[in-house]
Design a protein around this ligand. Sequence first.
Ligand SMILES: Nc1ncnc2c1ncn2[C@@H]1O[C@H](COP(=O)(O)OP(=O)(O)O)[C@@H](O)[C@H]1O
Ligand SMILES: [Mg+2]
Length: 254
Amino acid sequence: MRREKKKVKEIIFKNVDKLYGEGEYALENISFSVETGEFVFVIGRSGAGKSTLLKLISRQILPTKGEIWVKGTEVTSLAEWEVPFLRRKIGLMQEEYGLLRDRSVYENLELAMRATGQPQRLFKKRVVQTLRTVGVSHRIWAFPDEISAGETARVLLARALVVNPGILIADEPTANLDSDKAWDLMCLLDELNRLGVTIIIGSHDKELVSIMKKRVLTLSAGRLIADEKRAVYNYKAFDVIEERRIRNEQKQRL
Ligand SMILES: Nc1ncnc2c1ncn2[C@@H]1O[C@H](COP(=O)(O)OP(=O)(O)O)[C@@H](O)[C@H]1O
Ligand SMILES: [Mg+2]
């Protein structure tokens, strides 16, 4: 059996650029790495490049330049047929990937398991177990329209976790929640992280990020302008000026 070392670099970005079409840089020269078991926030104002960065990790999109390594594999050079193998290692919570409204909570999770080709006899047990972990097992036969926003967020989390991924990527997971529910969800994510799941969260919820005191990567106009341990999030006028400066500089070059 192969043993994993404690401090393994699980995600590595090397000089990554992303331009959509001929437009502005969505990301420019991004380099960082994340070790197994880390909890990382990716923050920045709207349009800073958070979602783009998160989508690159699971190869939902390809970079214009640079290398992206996930669990020892360079994901930009994967063949299409290899991508599903990468996706099994990554749980995703994203706005554009909502619950199917005409399926029960159970069926939504079951479909996620089916998509990764796991044996059917494991489905029920695993779905129940995962819903229990996130505290919504009593809603297993409900339909998406019958559950609250807080429960929906938990079901989305359960769906991301049902295939037992080593990495969880959540893009603005608290966007639809009031601050109590957002805080509950963050505590849950923190618990999962303690169980060993690497967690990467895109957020612009200043308060929440500050309270959590985790590692924070700050994006501004597509550039990584800070990488801080146990950071407190604080937009200052400086950030806005910095963003304008970077955008102007990019326009002159393009
Ligand atoms: N599919 C797309 N096509 C063209 N431009 C895009 C696309 N997605 C994002 N962008 C642009 O890339 C930049 C970064 O966007 P995004 O990664 O969504 O930022 P954030 O998540 O921080 O709000 C923005 O200027 C946005 O308009
Ligand atoms: Mg976004």
